[in-house]
Ligand binder design. Structure first.
Ligand SMILES: Cc1cc2nc3c(=O)[nH]c(=O)nc-3n(C[C@H](O)[C@H](O)[C@H](O)COP(=O)(O)OP(=O)(O)OC[C@H]3O[C@@H](n4cnc5c(N)ncnc54)[C@H](O)[C@@H]3O)c2cc1C
Length: 488
């Protein structure tokens, strides 16, 4: 049996940031993750916006964490060497209903102490976004809104938490939890952990894991979402995040200029039977294309290079009679009983608030110990990213010469990703082709891995000393080569 002070279940962005914040203290921390890598759940497919907090109800935990997170985001990215784009957000309206909604959001934002919110008139909006369709009435401008690559952020938190002493255990699913004399026994298929505190960050599974020790209080009813990705050539059509406050009831659309220069369109909102998988929905993708071309009429639809789906963990309160509340829970919900904490159904702005939620939970957990744990004097908040050849080519070509020769051998031609980056990604924890993609950007360009996937597969097999036929695209049974293929 392994004894730890704090056991975190789930290595999504929330689990990784919780581990990072807890590692400021002298504690034995372990993180269990059922998959082979970090950020493969909800954290891998979202809109990547760092919100300022105008959309949250004043007085809510979401509002206070979001405003703080937004104010500290640039510092966080500097500590973790994560790229971000300060593009600002324009929430547009097309008539009186939308105008009223914008005014309400501005007022709400000001109540939350969000700084710099402005209502722009149509002329000001078109000056910022000349390719927008006609007929705009106004826009709420949240100038300090950022976009970030969610994987880059989560992986950075993981690497920093690990460097500060947190142990990450992959392919270890928590299958059973029971109380044991003031502590918890958490079993995986391979071993048992005894933890005095457990923090459950299990995303879609968080409600079920909570119910192994606590009274049922919340159930997650998942919804799915679809996205479209436009090639970097589409980048010139948009420089701010755009969202629409529709005149008639219904969902608008959000268009996002990403850190890498693509445009992301989405998400849709659709019901699913059971738990959502990675499948996209044809109607959802049609709806996204239609709404995108309505908003940016000149944008060529043949610049779409990818679509993907995502899962929304919608939380509902469980009533006494076993029914679910009418509306989903709006605030972040944290359940706690005798040292077992669960973050259940953390939706938007969970990515924005990941570090602040980690700090908030750390504070609660630290205060729950009878004797406060000592500070970890060796804690270092700084983490260095893998050098990105594509960024050096644009910003600092001289530095490229200082890097070892594998950084001058290009593997992914669409994104200028080198062998050096791929190998370093594997050494830092990538075990699948998508794991390499999430750390380096290889395979995210126009050809979507058509050219580089095979090369990456063989580098992975070589570095991990494994049969290339065992390399997967994204874990599980996503093998790339047929078992009958000859190995090289
Ligand atoms: C469509 C969509 C768009 C969004 N857009 C934004 C946005 O623009 N800005 C923003 O701020 N937020 C956004 N969010 C919210 C944000 O993405 C989430 O709040 C955040 O990613 C949740 O992370 P997580 O760590 O809770 O979940 P996950 O990433 O799902 O992590 C949970 C982990 O737990 C593991 N796990 C589960 N069960 C077990 C077990 N029994 N044992 C071991 N491991 C287990 C899973 O494998 C998984 O890796 C969006 C969310 C969605 C769905």
């Amino acid at each position: 049996m392994e004894k730890v002070d704090v056991l975190i279940i789930g290595a999504g962005v929330l689990g990784c940031f919780a581990a990072r914040n807890l590692s400021r203290y002298k504690l034995d921390i372990a993180v269990l993750e059922q998959r082979e890598d970090v950020c493969t759940g909800i954290s891998k497919a979202n809109t990547g916006i760092i919100y300022q907090g105008y959309d949250q109800h004043p007085g809510s935990l979401k509002a206070s964490l979001c405003v703080r997170a937004s104010a500290g985001f640039q510092t966080l990215c500097e500590e973790l060497d994560v790229a971000y784009r300060k593009c600002g957000l324009l929430m547009t309206s097309f008539g009186p209903r939308g105008d009223r909604a914008l005014a309400g959001k501005k007022k709400q934002g000001e109540a939350n102490r969000v700084e710099g919110l402005r209502i722009l008139n149509a002329g000001e909006v078109y000056a910022l976004e000349p390719f927008l369709r006609g007929g705009i009435s106004h826009a709420l401008y949240a100038e300090n809104t950022f976009t970030v690559n969610p994987w880059e952020l989560g992986i950075a938190a993981f690497e920093n938490a690990r460097a500060n002493g947190a142990a990450f255990c992959f392919r270890e699913k928590a299958v059973n939890i029971e109380r044991d004399r003031g502590a918890f026994l958490v079993r995986t298929e391979a071993r048992t952990f005894r933890a005095s505190r457990v923090l459950c960050c299990a995303g879609m599974q968080a409600d079920r894991l909570w119910e192994t020790v606590g009274r049922p209080r919340i159930r997650i009813r998942p919804l799915a979402a679809d996205y479209l990705v436009f090639d970097t050539q589409a980048g010139k059509w948009l420089s701010h995040i755009l969202s629409v406050e529709p005149e008639e009831k219904g969902d608008g659309i959000t268009l996002v200029p990403t850190v890498d220069g693509n445009i992301l369109a989405g998400p849709t909102r659709r019901t699913v039977r059971g738990e959502p998988d990675a499948s996209t929905d044809a109607d959802g993708l049609r709806e996204l294309k239609k709404k995108t071309s309505e908003l940016l009429p000149g944008l060529p639809m043949d610049l779409i290079i990818r679509s993907f789906a995502s899962a929304r963990p919608n939380p509902y309160a469980l009533e006494e009679d076993g029914s679910l509340s009418n509306g989903s829970i709006l605030d972040f919900e944290i359940l706690e009983e005798d040292g077992f904490y669960a973050l259940v159904g953390i939706k938007t702005p969970g990515l924005t608030c990941a570090n602040e939620l980690g700090a908030y939970m750390t504070d609660r957990i630290i205060r729950s110990f009878e004797t406060a744990p000592e500070a970890n004097r060796a804690y270092d908040p700084i983490r260095k990213a893998i050098p990105r050849v594509s960024r050096l080519l644009e910003e600092d070509i001289g530095r490229l010469e200082e890097l070892p020769p594998p950084y001058r051998e290009i593997i992914c031609r669409c994104r200028n990703v080198s062998r050096g980056e791929v190998v370093e990604a594997i050494r830092r924890g990538a075990v699948t082709i998508d794991g390499v993609k999430r750390r380096t950007g290889a395979g995210m360009g126009r050809c979507q891995g058509g050219v580089c996937m095979e090369k990456i597969l063989h580098i992975l097999a070589e570095e991990k000393a494994m049969d290339p036929r065992q390399v997967t695209k994204d874990g599980g049974d996503s093998l790339v080569l047929a078992p009958s293929c000859g190995s090289r």
